[in-house]
Write a protein of this length. Structure first.
Length: 277
């Protein structure tokens, strides 16, 4: 019943928008419809219309409504060009470029937080630490981060199309501000598809190494760079080497199978405050 009510409400609102006498609004709707097949059109336009009707128009002065709709439709059209694009990213753990790296393909329309969660998933991050990502000397923090001393930009408030990424674009992500696992992220390729990509099109293409050693960055560095010293430190401190993921291998199929579940889990952790940092 509620689903049908929502559908009827959307249809009524959409019909009212299309019935406008404003030439610019009619032209913009025509442009959107032309860009999508008829069977995709409602799926594409429905979330936009819902946001427009519920979250934007009620807060606009009556005389400004048409100009607001034109502006929002224009921005929507700019965004739709990214719906059939994907970025192929080369990502490596800084300091372990040869031992721990991934090639990840993501839809161009992801929210910045979703990119971070996908990276965390394929590098085996538990999600028990704060993180940030830097682009063009501007840093964006996870939602669980707070500061009383500065204004903070959050990853969940930014969409990737706003960054206009291209081949060679570069980011740095830091996970765990104590251990400082840092990931070098570079756009390897921008790909065009004949269909609209979605959240479920995130795909790990290649990689090497198990991932990070959660809470044990120093020992991970020792293991890869100075194996003898690693063994000595384990003996000196009574560490059992079998505790560390030394024998874990890169498993492409398994990583791809877990990405979406992991990302949903991170949303609960960082955006719904399932844990306290």
């Amino acid at each position: 019943m509620y689903k049908q009510y929502y559908q009827d409400y959307f249809t009524k609102c959409f019909q009212e928008l299309k019935a406008t006498e404003n030439v610019q609004i009619k032209k913009l709707f025509k442009t959107i419809r032309k860009d999508f097949k008829d069977d995709d059109f409602d799926c594409v336009i429905q979330p936009f219309v819902s946001v427009l009707i519920n979250d934007i128009i009620p807060y606009v002065e009556k005389e400004d409504i048409e100009d607001t709709i034109i502006g929002e439709l224009d921005e929507f059209i700019k965004a739709t060009k990214y719906m059939r694009k994907a970025y192929v990213l080369d990502i490596h753990l800084i300091g372990q470029k040869q031992n721990c790296w991934r090639t990840l393909q993501i839809p161009a329309t992801l929210v910045l937080s979703e990119l971070c969660y996908a990276i965390m998933s394929v590098f085996c991050c538990d999600g028990g630490h704060l993180f940030s990502i830097e682009y063009k000397k501007k840093e964006y923090y996870c939602d669980a981060y707070s500061s009383d001393f500065q204004d903070v930009e959050y990853v969940s408030d930014e969409i990737i199309p706003c960054f206009n990424l291209r081949k060679g674009s570069h980011m740095i992500m830091t996970y765990d501000f104590g251990d400082n696992f840092m990931f070098d992220i570079r756009v390897k390729e921008v790909k065009d598809f004949h269909y609209r990509l979605s959240y479920n099109d995130i795909q790990l293409l290649d990689g090497k190494g198990y991932g990070i050693w959660e809470d044990d960055h120093y020992l991970m560095e020792l293991y890869h760079n100075d194996p003898k010293r690693f063994k000595d430190v384990c003996e000196e401190n009574g560490y059992d080497e079998e505790y560390f993921p030394i024998d874990e291998e890169f498993d492409l199929a398994l990583y791809n199978e877990e990405i979406i579940n992991d990302m949903n889990r991170y949303i609960n952790i960082y955006e719904r405050n399932d844990i306290q940092f």
